[in-house]
Write a new protein. Structure first.
Length: 317
């Protein structure tokens, strides 16, 4: 563990309702999204990103985010979060009453132009202003940087550039910075190195990691982040997801696999693996295909053999 890091409670933020569904051809109804939210909440997931305030023409899967947030309402034990990219998104977020926002920009100019329709420098300047507006409005904000560990269009991303962008975001007053491996190009060594550099430069900031499993290194990268002191990770139930602007991008680390990783080492997640597997089953049934997560199949086979692991019996907290 990094010497400056304190060990706060481990947090897995599930993004299946946003990052997961945004690349699916099938549009989930409001009722289906609510059912998935309740399954994850009842399993003990403490922060759930339920959607994005983006234009429905570009990402039609997110068209009902406002209504979903209103219908979910205030939750006592679960933070309801959403993604915004621009002023209109912030306006919608304030109107529907969401309390937590994820606000990020890309470190890659090419990816930024595809994702935000702006050059990276312009997007960063615009987003830092917007983050300030959101904070002044009383919202909790997690600032984020995409493509931190490499870009399929531009290759390696300069660590100095990441630190300069982080400095601009920290200056807004945010307390959490999300480092995203959008293209799935990170390695455990790269994770450890970048996290350490950010911690050294900004010791009071909580770092979270958003890890895509495109090259099969998601769990390894997650553990490397944990060893470096990270205690917040983005995951997706069943391993759903990907980036619409990164061809071949796989989903995030499956939440159920992350739960197994940590619980099997005696690190509490507060998430009931058996209950979460119900959400995986629901997604696989609804999408009519097997999904990348491994632990549901392990859990089912263990049940059949009468040998259910202790990690599947954790209390939801």
């Amino acid at each position: 563990m990094h010497p400056k890091a304190t060990p706060p409670e481990l947090l897995l933020e599930d993004e299946a309702l946003r990052d997961g569904l945004q690349v699916e051809a099938r549009i989930f109804s409001l009722e289906e999204k609510l059912h998935l939210f309740r399954l994850m909440r009842n399993a003990g997931v403490k922060r759930i990103q339920v959607g994005a305030f983006v234009h429905s023409r570009i990402i039609p899967q997110m068209a009902d985010t406002d209504e979903l947030v209103r219908t979910i309402g205030k939750q006592d034990a679960t933070v309801v979060s959403a993604l915004i990219l621009n002023d209109k998104g912030l306006e919608r977020a304030l109107d529907c009453g969401v309390s937590h926002l994820s606000m990020s920009v890309s470190m890659s100019d090419t990816h930024s132009r595809k994702n935000a329709r702006k050059p990276a420098a312009e997007a960063l300047a615009s987003m830092t202003r917007l983050i300030g507006d959101a904070l002044k409005s009383g919202l909790d904000v997690r600032a984020g940087l995409q493509c931190v560990f490499g870009c399929i269009y531009e290759g390696r991303i300069s660590e100095d550039a990441v630190l300069r962008a982080t400095e601009k975001m920290v200056a807004t007053g945010v307390k959490e910075i999300n480092l995203a491996d959008t293209t799935g190009m990170a390695t455990p060594l790269a994770i450890r190195k970048m996290v350490t550099h950010v911690q050294d430069a900004f010791p009071g900031i909580r770092i979270s990691l958003h890890l895509h499993d495109t090259r099969g290194l998601g769990l390894a990268n997650m553990f490397a982040g944990y060893e470096a002191g990270v205690r917040s990770f983005d995951t997706c139930t069943a391993g759903l997801g990907g980036c619409p602007f990164v061809k071949g991008a796989a989903g995030n680390v499956p939440t159920e696999d992350a739960v197994n990783l940590f619980e099997s080492m005696g690190i509490a997640t507060g998430i009931d693996l058996a209950a979460l597997c119900e959400a995986v089953d629901y997604l696989e049934t609804t999408l009519v295909r097997p999904l990348p997560g491994r632990m549901r199949r392990v859990f089912v086979h263990s049940q059949e053999q009468g040998d259910v692991r202790e990690t599947s019996k954790q209390n939801p907290g």
